[in-house]
Design a protein around this ligand. Sequence first.
Ligand code: ZN
Length: 231
Amino acid sequence: MRQFSTFRMSETTHNQISTLPEDMRLRYYEAVCNYGLYGIEPDFQGVEQSIWIPMRDLIDSASDRSRVYSDNGKKGGAPVGNTNRNQSKLNEVINESLDHGYYIDNEMALEFVRCGMDPNWLKPPLSFIEFVANRVEESYKNKSSVEKKKIFVTAIKDWDDLKSEYPKWKNDKEKSMALKEDKQHREKTKPKTCTKCGGELGQYNDELYCRKCQLNCSYYEGTQTWEWSNW
Ligand SMILES: [Zn+2]
């Protein structure tokens, strides 16, 4: 077993752990210490593992060392040498796939990275991965999850028609998100009482008014503010 007498736990790692539910924190502190001091990887699976991977990468980079796998029986081989940056790129892809319902392994993530698409397409938010996952879910609702995964993997790598549809999908999503944000902002900043008399306001379509003061209040998209005006 390779042993490290000290390691640096960064503030980020500490913060990552602090945001976890209480019953998970201790296990992650232990994992961080075991990995930092002895290079022992925890036996996490699935989502737990996906929380762990970025922590592990951070310990590696904070301690300025290559990842060393311990001899505690873990399989998976040791990428010795400076592969951390590549690995964190792969982890991004793995996590993004997992976020949208597909567990892929390192090798598959590598294929995604190498299949020739713009690397930015693989990053959240609104990644190509999310787009394909949505499409597969819409079009193949009744297929088994194994079949859906096959389709998902093939689609990411080979489906040119999806690649040509993706930019428009992303654009539309971004627009509707902006619109939603604007609507929320509009509701949040909407005056509740008259600016002059403090009385209750009436509403007609999208306009607010105070009959007593003969004032209107309407929302301006351009400035994203409510403006008062006389009748
Ligand atoms: Zn008034």
